[in-house]
Design a protein around this ligand. Sequence first.
Ligand SMILES: *Cc1c(COP(=O)(O)O)cnc(C)c1O
Length: 429
Amino acid sequence: MPVQEGFAQRLLPVLEELVAGYGTPFHIYDARGITETHRAMTAAFGEEPFRQHFAVKALPNPAVLSLLLAEGSGLDCASPVELELAARLGARGEDVVFTSNNTASWEYDLALKAGALITFDDRTIFDRADPLPETVAFRVSPHGLAAGSALMGDAAHTKFGVPAGELADAYRAARHRGATRFGIHGMICANELDVTRAARAAVDVIELGAAVAAQAGITLDYVNIGGGLGIPYRPGEAPLDFTEFARAVLDARRRCFPAGPAPRILMECGRYVTGPHGVLVTRVINRARKGREIVGVDASMSALMRPGFYGAYHHVSLPFATGRPEGTFDVVGALCENMDKFAVDRTLPEPRDGDLLLVHDTGAHGHAMGFTYNGRLRPAELLLTADGDITEIRRAEEFADYVATARWQPEPILRAASAHTAQKAGNPR
Ligand SMILES: *Cc1c(COP(=O)(O)O)cnc(C)c1O
């Protein structure tokens, strides 16, 4: 979608001065937009017990995570490295939810030691876990009761969660192992922009939680309805009405838990919080006609994988080229991969060498999914602070980063087979 109005008003007047001194490409994020979105989410739940835990994987930059922690957000981690990052930023205990899958025992132990709220993705990990965490939660598989056929299709191929029909048994097993506090986790949508479908999916987890709690004879402390809320990437799409979403969730909570303490609501949104508040700033460096009108920019999909990898739509604009005649263009990077295109068949004002070209909505699953293939290294990340300063919150990678993990003079970690057997032969047993 077009750059958020406030972000555009804050960024565009200083952008040319910024790039003149700093160069391109880089991602830049709008601190004010991020905190406003987080606050609006919290406000939509009013006085009801609710906490949003930002999905670290969406934008794992310490400056942005600190900003969110200062707002009272928690963090959602799924790996030991994310847990360590959360700890370094001062996130403690239940500030962190740990929602991993295919989890190794040592990873579970780290989350346990951190005091995180742990979700068990399946019985295998649960059965191996010892000791149990103070609160035991299971993730329910996408089960398609709620959100229509696309998600029903997902259900058959999922690697996530415990099938809904096996949940009650899982909680009984936890009770028999002495667990006294319980939660449930369900994330049944991905980039869902339709509030009715998103709410239906969340309500489904709440209803299921109530049913399973009754069957297993447990009380739920919390229902974590996951992330997966969408943002309007395409112009003309309307943003999801979070207030309506929250109202549906709270209604379901009241209806399903009429007596006694109702579980608190947790969320793990990533994209919804930061996605619209970032842009990738690039410069046009080449124009060519190869059957198609090609616009080459100075970033490649190593800085933003979504368009090339999934064919995801990211809006593109040339903020300083208004008034020029329009044409249809492919906007491409420099990887030796034909999929390295930010936009295909896109109507744009005639781009010229040196123009600034913005790729929109890169605030989530953007830089974080970057890579270094072809030696096209990840660009910098900048932050437009609430005060209007622009700070560098991650520098661009350089050659030294590219080779930082390489061993220039490798030492054997296993000797050649001949030497090995010779050694063994001389060692009778
Ligand atoms: C990826 C992920 C999220 C965040 O997803 P968004 O689409 O960014 O909201 C939250 N929870 C879990 C378990 C995830 O895997």
